[in-house]
Design a protein around this ligand. Structure first.
Ligand code: HEM
Length: 325
């Protein structure tokens, strides 16, 4: 039901007799509302995560009805899942479809983030994924850079002239398109359109990190940069690392041919696949019967991500893109 709702959001946004004009999405949403209402009626929130409980408490204390709380939780689900799931899918796709990169990342994880104790238990340390697996982290950012379809929306409060050339009129709405900024040759070089798994590891050593930050919109731009970016990076890299080291994953159709994407899932900044992409995942024989654990050694908790910093730099780049047509 979540997929029916999320994959057809654009029709729901029109909001004209939704039960007739976009029945599938509307029905999916209503089923989710009922599921959340039942969850609260069964006191599920009392034993859920502190995030779920705090959200319920804040809304309840502010006087929201149970149905309204349920409806708002669905929006939270959109925020948490709609970007994370396709980002995870495309990162796996980008790595698995490049055998040399796959092997380099498997080695990196084995050498830097995996420990094996005397009983044979394998432990993956998420802090080491963060600090000692630069190719995996760089590949993740490259997947976001090359595949993000997001468009940041801003309202212009006062007339603003960009580069002495482009006048943004007060009261208008500006849509800043990630795909053109993220692949701008003047920021990223002539290979801006290509997937370079080392691109962000090279940047980490460069002094002009800030200029690159103004060319990366996948997590938005200041002052509304994605608040969940470190959390999302952590959960995606942990899952991807575990899948890559433990399983041999191959496409059932024989080749890594990109599936079509679903343009109607408008909340997703990386468009999800429109169809199922079937694979086989076979546990590596050397790991059969072994126990796996994950741990996080306490550390600074944030990733060295490049994020969109300066809205004026971004807007100037938009102007240049428009000029080039
Ligand atoms: C890979 C996964 C994710 C991607 C690519 C992503 C991307 C984005 C983008 C493009 C924006 C818009 C920023 C702007 O308008 O400038 C945004 C905003 C936001 N994201 Fe994420 N997001 C992801 C995961 C998450 C998760 C898991 C959470 C919550 C746990 C989250 C919470 C937020 C919040 C709260 C905002 C609004 C920030 C504000 O308006 O100040 N995101 N995200």
């Amino acid at each position: 039901m979540y997929r029916d709702f999320e994959s057809n959001l654009s029709l729901l946004l029109v909001d004209t007799l939704p039960w007739l004009t976009c029945r599938k999405a509307w029905k999916g949403r209503e089923q989710l509302v009922q599921a959340f209402i039942q969850f609260y009626q069964a006191d599920g929130h009392l034993s859920a995560s502190s995030l779920a409980y705090s959200r319920w408490k804040a809304q309840q204390e502010a006087g929201a009805s149970l149905e309204d709380i349920a409806r708002l939780e669905i929006l939270t689900g959109i925020g948490i899942l709609s970007n994370t799931v396709p980002s995870c899918f495309w990162l796996l796709f980008d790595i698995l479809s490049r055998p040399e990169l796959l092997s380099a990342i498997q080695d990196e994880i084995h050498q830097n983030a995996l420990s094996i104790d005397s009983t044979g238990t394998h432990t993956l340390d998420l802090a080491d994924i963060r600090g000692k697996c630069p190719t995996l982290l760089s590949s993740f950012q490259e997947t976001l850079r090359t595949r993000s379809n997001s468009g940041q929306v801003r309202v212009i409060y006062q007339d603003t002239l960009l580069n002495d050339r482009w006048l943004l009129k007060a009261g208008s709405t500006l849509l800043i398109p990630a795909p053109s900024i993220n692949k701008n040759n003047s920021t990223w070089g002539s290979d801006a359109g290509d997937f370079d798994s080392q691109r962000f590891t090279k940047i980490a050593h460069q002094t002009h990190k800030k200029s690159k930050a103004s060319g990366f919109l996948s997590f938005g731009l200041s002052p509304h940069i994605c608040a969940g970016r470190h959390f999302a990076t952590g959960e995606i890299l942990a899952l991807v690392a575990l899948l890559l080291v433990r399983y041999d994953i191959r496409p059932i159709q024989g080749s890594w041919t990109e599936p079509k994407t679903n343009a109607k899932a408008v909340a997703a900044s990386l468009p999800p696949a429109a169809e199922k992409f079937m694979v086989t995942a076979v546990e590596r024989p050397e790991y059969k019967g072994l126990e796996w654990r994950t741990t996080v050694t306490p550390g600074k908790g944030t990733y060295g991500l490049i994020i969109g910093l300066d809205i004026y730099l971004q807007l100037s780049s938009v102007g240049e893109e428009m000029r080039r047509g």
